[in-house]
Design a binder for this molecule. Structure first.
Ligand SMILES: Nc1ncnc2c1ncn2[C@@H]1O[C@H](COP(=O)(O)OP(=O)(O)OP(=O)(O)O)[C@@H](O)[C@H]1O
Length: 576
């Protein structure tokens, strides 16, 4: 029988508990042995007191067993926690690496808040299984051992107990089903709340400006009744098993003790053995102890299912090929990307000449950013392929691709402690001189130098305007720039003078690269050597800005921004 993904993950994470899992097995074995031996030794002690043996010896042995139980129990807890910590750490590493390897697909498939809840809460719950599994396995040993002990005392005792076993088994199965369903629902709803909270924090300015704090709090916490319902489901399952156990276990105990009493009157069993049998029957029916471990395991399994769901999402695979020498020519061949309501790009064929400055324009939602993402393999097409200097991007080694293609984004996230880190991010260790030169080119050098610690200033402590952040992001792209530089609407928050300066860098210092610029600005399109106009899922037109401007639909792609931001001379061939 092949294990399901959550079970495989549970086992893998339990193995990562390493040596501590082994120690937990040892301590649990000791505990189990002592637990099993104690009733027999107590029975012998009683028989000794009644005149059949060495009382002092049996009393001493009872004392040793009790000591072992207390001491080992404490150690068992400690090593169990150590195993869980190691398993959880491994699981978080694995999940985090996978989420990052998924790239943009991670946040298309899962919301950030949901991913955080899986990474933080669910991973820890799954990690609990490291010692939980051992405790469960060890948890069933005392009941099984107790059944054997009953048989050793008198086989009628064992048979009486086994007659009641099927009821116990049915109870356990029903409990496991109820608790697993409730656990899964509980974690899912927790993830939903976390996702809404992250959304709300991302949009906190809008919420504050709109004065909708109460409504937002209600929206974030709206699934709480569901959390309550699933929580109640878990408690009910526990209560049911406890009530049913309370009914079944005493019945079993009474039945076994009645048979033991009969054996005593017939001289088959000693009084000490009756005492031992009364302990063993309770141990054999030890539904309570195993139940709480099973409960833990069921919850760990529900949590593992949520972690495994992310891991099952295939990460982007890279090839091993290198790029030949080349100018940075990009080719899109039959590229189709499906969106929620049909293809966003449909069988698109396009060649971006190497070393050219190319503007990608089109109305909002035309697929410009998607085209830019495809060009550097931030996403893969559903059909077709993208080639760089003749090599399909999928075949390129990851480092080769990342060295060859650099990106600048409209709302860059500045990663790294300091501004020097943020600008050099992903580029090895550029020299301070190179960092400054690129920052100057991106018009970021001035405001960074004015900070108290210059390039060593901490990014997190420095609130930046949208345009300043864009310029730092641009400097990073410039440092990184390989043979292709892709700028996705990077000038959206820049004033015309800064944008003009940056355009000069693109046509000057970086003129040997292929530059793919997504833009809404007519002035940027006008400076490009080639304009690719996207509409209706494909290339609606390509040529120079001036050549395309005659088409009113082309002009409409710029209208909202060009009217307000960029003076445009209308008329055939006269755009600027
Ligand atoms: N990886 C993807 N898979 C499927 N659909 C996507 C993907 N990325 C974006 N889309 C969808 O493609 C459509 C176009 O998005 P895109 O961001 O490319 O538009 P755009 O032309 O850049 O718009 P804007 O000018 O408003 O920034 C959107 O509906 C978006 O949801």
């Amino acid at each position: 029988m092949s294990l399901r993904a959550p079970d495989r993950l549970l086992l893998a994470s339990a193995r990562r508990g390493g040596v501590w899992v082994g120690v937990t097995v040892l301590t649990s074995l000791l505990l189990t042995g002592a637990t099993l031996a104690l009733p027999a030794v107590m029975g012998r002690t009683l028989d000794a007191v009644l005149g059949h043996g060495d009382v002092a010896r049996w009393l001493a042995l009872s004392g040793v067993l009790v000591f072992v139980l207390v001491a080992v129990d404490a150690v068992d807890d400690l090593v169990g926690q150590a195993a869980e910590a190691r398993s959880t750490a491994w699981l978080r590493h694995t999940l985090l690496r996978h989420v990052l390897a998924l790239g943009t697909r991670a946040t298309r498939r899962f919301t950030p808040g949901d991913l955080v809840s899986r990474l933080v809460g669910n991973s820890a719950r799954t990690g609990d299984a490291a010692s939980g599994l051992v405790w469960i396995v060890m948890g069933v040993v005392p009941p099984l051992g107790a059944i054997v002990a009953l048989a050793l005392i008198d086989y009628w005792l064992c048979l009486t107990f086994l007659a009641g076993m099927p009821i116990l088994v049915l109870l356990v199965r029903a409990f496991l089903r109820d608790i697993s369903d409730a656990g899964e629902g509980y974690f899912r709803v927790q993830g939903t709340i976390a996702a809404r909270l992250v959304d709300a924090l991302g949009g906190i300015r809008t919420i504050t400006a709109a004065g909708t704090l109460d409504r937002e709090a209600q929206r974030v916490l709206a699934p709480l009744p569901e959390v309550h319902r699933h929580g109640l489901g878990m408690w009910n399952a526990l209560a049911r098993i406890s009530a049913r156990g309370d009914l079944v276990v005493p019945l079993l105990v009474v039945a076994v003790l009645a048979v033991a009493g009969l054996g005593l009157t017939q001289g088959r069993i000693t009084p000490g053995e009756v005492l031992a049998a009364s302990e063993y029957v309770i141990m054999a029916a030890g539904i309570g102890g195993v139940m709480s471990s099973l409960n833990e395991l069921a919850q760990a399994r529900a949590a593992a299912a949520r972690v495994a769901e992310v891991i099952a999402e295939p990460a982007m695979a890279y090839g091993s090929e290198r790029l030949p020498e080349g100018p940075g020519r990009l080719q899109f061949r039959g590229v189709t990307v499906q969106g929620a309501d049909g293809p966003v790009l449909n069988d698109l064929d396009l060649t971006i000449p190497g070393g050219a400055l190319v503007a990608v324009v089109g109305r909002s939602g035309a697929g410009k950013s998607l085209l830019a993402a495809l060009a550097g393999r931030l996403v893969d097409p559903d059909e077709g392929e993208v080639l760089l200097d003749g090599v399909p991007l999928r075949r390129l080694a990851r480092e080769e691709l990342r060295r060859a293609v650099a990106y600048g984004f409209e709302r860059p996230v500045l990663l790294g402690e300091t501004f020097a880190d943020a600008i050099g991010f992903g580029s090895g260790s550029p020299s301070p001189g190179e960092l400054a030169a690129r920052a100057r080119a991106a018009r970021a050098d001035g405001f960074i130098r004015r900070m108290p610690a210059g390039y060593a200033s901490r990014v997190a402590d420095t609130p930046l305007s949208g345009g300043e952040a864009q310029r730092v992001g641009l400097a990073r792209a410039f440092v990184q720039a390989g043979r292709v530089l892709i700028l996705d609407d990077v000038a959206a928050s820049l004033d015309t003078v800064t944008e003009h300066h940056i355009s000069q860098v693109l046509t000057g210092a970086l003129a040997d690269r292929t530059r793919l610029i997504v833009t809404h600005r007519a002035s940027t399109a006008d400076r490009a050597e080639l304009v690719v106009w996207l509409a209706d899922g494909g290339v609606r037109g390509r040529g120079t800005h001036r050549g395309l401007w005659a088409d009113p639909e082309y002009r409409a792609a710029f209208q909202p921004l060009s009217v307000t931001r960029t003076p445009v001379r209308t008329g055939a061939g006269g755009a600027r």
